[in-house]
Each structure stands twice: as structure tokens, then as C-alpha cells.
Design a protein around this ligand. Sequence first.
Ligand SMILES: [Mg+2]
Length: 198
Amino acid sequence: MNQNSVEVRTQSRVLFVDMDSYFARCEQQANYWLRHRPVGVCVYTGKYGCVISLSKEAKAKGLKAGMRLNDAMAVCPDLVPVESNPTRYREYHTKIINVLLQYSKDVVAKSIDEAIINLNNYNHLDPVAVAKKIKRDILEKVGDWLTCSVGIAPNAFLAKLGSVRGKKLDGLMLITPQNIDEILAPLKWAICPVLAPI
Ligand SMILES: [Mg+2]
């Protein structure tokens, strides 16, 4: 997809897939005993190592990615620190992208846990139905612990926003010209703090 295109599109046919708690969930996927436990993935598991990904159980205890391991352990003593395994995350990434490619040849990986799927040349496909199928396919074909949220919008930027907002809405958010104002209104100062009233 040409992301510099200035062509105006109003139909919501771009999907943005964002995997949930990606590294932590990959570890829980590969290691059954880590499931339902607070997991913190660290590049280095020494005292001052940095936690780079947290399972939802760890987030529920108030931990934030970027904390030092000793600070995280002080807040959550039952946190399970796990050393990061980039090869594993790349393997799951490849499998996830292969699932996405079954719906469109126009797939762009934006990071190890994010991808854009452009359905603009696939008018016979219903984007919401595709999003639901993608979520199910990843669980069935890649791993039953690998959940994601999907944003659907007329362009990749808004689809990304939808994927973030969708985290709290069953992992799916459709942004259309009809609901865009109500979605952007509460966000405007958070997105651009320099515009906030003094
Ligand atoms: Mg993510």
C-alpha cells in the first residue's frame, strides 16, 4: 500500500492488527505453566533489567512496561521474569503474517506485533467479517493464547487508533465517517498535547 497516497477514501477497508501483550503472550503460548500468571519479559533478568512486555495478569497488578525488574518485583512479588526470546517472536510473527496474507496480498508488517491489511482492492470482502475471521484464525492456526485487537478505518492511521481503542471493546473497533467525531473528541488533547488549552 502506498501510505503517502493523498487519495481520499471514506470506506472503512483498512485493517490494523495489533497483537495483545505480544512477547508475554508468546511466552505463555510456548510455556503452558506461564498461563494465568503475571509474566514480565526482560532482555536481561538481572535486578536492574527492564521489563519490556507484561502479561495481562501482570498489568492487572499495576505493572507498566519499562519498569526495572526490582521495582516490578516490589509491586508484584509473584511476577515471573522471563528472558526474551526474539527467535520465538519472529516465528510467531511469520505465522501471523501468513494468516493475514490469506485475506489480502496487500499486507504490510509495521512491527513485530502489528500489521496493516488493505482490503481496498477486495471489494467482495466484508472488512468486519474479515477482522473477526483473522482473530479466530490466529487463535486456531497460530496459538490459542495469541489474541489481538483489530481497528478498521478508511486509512492506516485511523485503523491503528481503532486497534488501540478496540483493546477495551472485545478487540474490534470500526471507525467510519459517521462515528469519527465521537471517537476523536475525547482524544484530541491526548494525541496533541501542545494544542491543549493553557
Ligand atoms: Mg501490541
